[in-house]
Design a protein around this ligand. Structure first.
Ligand code: AHR
Length: 503
């Protein structure tokens, strides 16, 4: 096997920024089997008294997801939140136009908040700005966050929830630029509505944090004019601008697919520039932060979704079965988020269970970890702290979609306690291993390091209910210290996590 050489130069003072723990968030939508048959399945042998699957809760807790966006997604744009609270037997069954499904409202707002508490996570709540507006959003905020003594807070108490939910982070609608959205808006319509909704919510409590909708993808013809116009209206009132992007390998071209984090980098850079343009135009002192609240690989299920019959509860929608190749891509996408930790403060892997998710379940059967679970798990558990800016010297390949792409994708994070330097390294080369040497300016190490790798699988290898551990990282002995310093050997097409203990 041939080898190429690379050098990573890090310096204790070359800092990108601190990670916000919310960078490792996720998303649960009333869509397919995310809720019904995913986190909630009364009658399942693993269900607790509330119908929450304990096996799924355990996997979610392991991921240490700090926040979960809810209840949509496209679903939220025609959702009446009032349908989902109060006595379950009185809740209406509704048609969900977004996913052409039936929403029984058996699992609603208070059930979600109770599940989130058990999962040890916070809610990122979305309000409907598709078919509804300021009044419904204000009522929802009052229902969730006001202690007592008002119509909506007392209604919550009458529903058996005495303590307010105190939800801090709110999405002002979802993908309002999308023609598929129920209640799509022009940027001026949405910008005004976002401004007025934000004004009402901040009158209730100025410390609540609000996310305005950016474009639903960089490929939208209105990107980035949408961002500029929307922020022109609501810059002063909102705290984050949302970003959404899904990757695919429809053309089955691994070299291009593995380079897609270059597109994610460029997308973030463009949105940062657009936000800063509006900042300059407004002579504002405030810097807009970003909420990348939908990101993942999504394409495997497209064909089967087109064949699904409408108007069911818990259909098998968006059930992508993820490959080893997808896991490598997700590792690169996480690196892209870490590289932008100074501006991307919130991010949500879309989604969490069954629907384009790291966790899969069978109705009445087991739950298991998909291949993409692993890079997300290790980034969430070991990727928090100070992100350093690596100077990378490595060979490139020319790609028709993303241009010059380095064979190595690298990020480095010093943990909050200053005990470890953790590197997430992906070798994109299909045949050659990469020998990485490190120069660690101002970073003293103890002489100990560990190395985990996800490597050596068929690119299309997957985990299933029967083979849940087919794609799983193993310990590697590829990282060593010599007289010349630390060096790692990264196998072809591999994801690697290297943790060097600091002195
Ligand atoms: O995550 C699946 C869907 O993708 C969401 O509902 C929507 O916001 C996006 O288009």
């Amino acid at each position: 096997m041939n080898t190429i050489s690379a050098r990573i130069h890090l310096d204790a003072e070359f800092i990108i920024g601190e990670t916000d723990e919310r960078l490792f968030g996720s998303f649960l939508e009333h869509l397919g089997r995310a809720i019904y048959g995913g986190i909630y399945e009364p009658g399942h042998p693993e269900a607790d008294g509330k119908g929450f699957r304990k096996d799924v809760l355990a996997l979610v807790k392991e991921l240490k997801v700090p926040l979960v966006r809810y209840p949509g997604g496209n679903f939220v744009s025609s959702f009446n939140w009032e349908d989902s609270v109060g006595p379950v037997e009185k809740r209406p069954r509704r048609l969900d136009l977004a996913w052409r499904s039936v929403e029984p409202n058996e699992f609603g707002l208070n059930e979600f908040m109770s599940w989130a508490k058990e999962a040890g996570t916070q809610a990122m709540m979305a309000v409907n700005l598709g078919t509804r507006g300021v009044e419904a959003a204000s009522a929802l905020v009052e229902y969730c966050n006001h202690a007592s003594g008002s119509y909506w807070s007392d209604l919550r108490i009458s529903h058996g929830v005495k303590t307010p939910h105190n939800i801090r982070l709110w999405c002002l609608g979802n993908e309002m630029d999308g023609p598929w959205q129920v209640g799509q808006k022009t940027p001026d319509e949405y910008g005004r509505l976002a401004f007025e909704t934000a004004k009402a919510i901040k009158l209730f409590n100025p410390s609540l944090e609000l996310v305005a909708c950016g474009s639903s993808a960089p490929s939208m013809p209105t990107f980035p004019q949408w961002e500029s116009t929307v922020l022109g209206h609501c810059y002063d009132k909102v705290d984050y601008l949302s970003m959404h992007q899904y990757q695919n390998n429809h053309s089955d071209n691994s070299a291009t697919f593995l380079a897609c984090s270059r597109g994610m980098d460029a997308f973030i850079d463009s949105v940062v520039s657009t936000c800063d343009y509006v900042k300059a135009k407004k002579r504002s002192k405030k810097t807009m932060m970003l909420s990348f609240d939908e990101w993942n690989v999504w394409f495997h299920s497209n064909a089967s979704d087109r064949k699904q019959k409408p108007w069911n509860v818990g259909s098998h929608l968006l059930e992508d079965v993820y490959t080893f190749e997808d896991a490598l891509v997700v590792g690169c996408l996480l690196n892209s988020l870490l590289r932008h930790a100074d501006r991307v403060k919130v991010a949500c892997l879309a989604q969490l269970v069954n629907v384009i998710a790291p966790i899969m379940t069978e109705n009445g059967g087991p739950s298991w970890k998909q291949a993409i679970y692993w890079p997300f798990y290790y980034a969430s558990v070991y990727g928090r702290g100070t992100v350093l800016n690596p100077r990378l010297s490595v060979a490139h390949y020319e790609n028709e979609t993303y241009g010059e792409t380095p064979y190595l994708d690298a990020t480095a994070v010093r943990d909050e306690e200053g005990k470890y330097l953790t590197l997430f390294l992906i070798n994109r080369h299909p045949e050659e291993s990469i020998n990485v040497s490190y120069s660690l300016g101002g970073i003293a190490t103890s002489g100990k390091a560990s190395h985990l790798e996800l490597a050596g699988f068929d690119l299309k290898a997957v985990n299933t209910a029967r083979t849940p551990d087919a794609v799983k990282p193993v310990v590697s002995n590829g990282t060593k210290q010599s007289a010349d310093g630390w060096a790692s050997n990264l196998r072809p097409l591999s994801w690697n996590m290297i943790r060097i203990e600091l002195a």
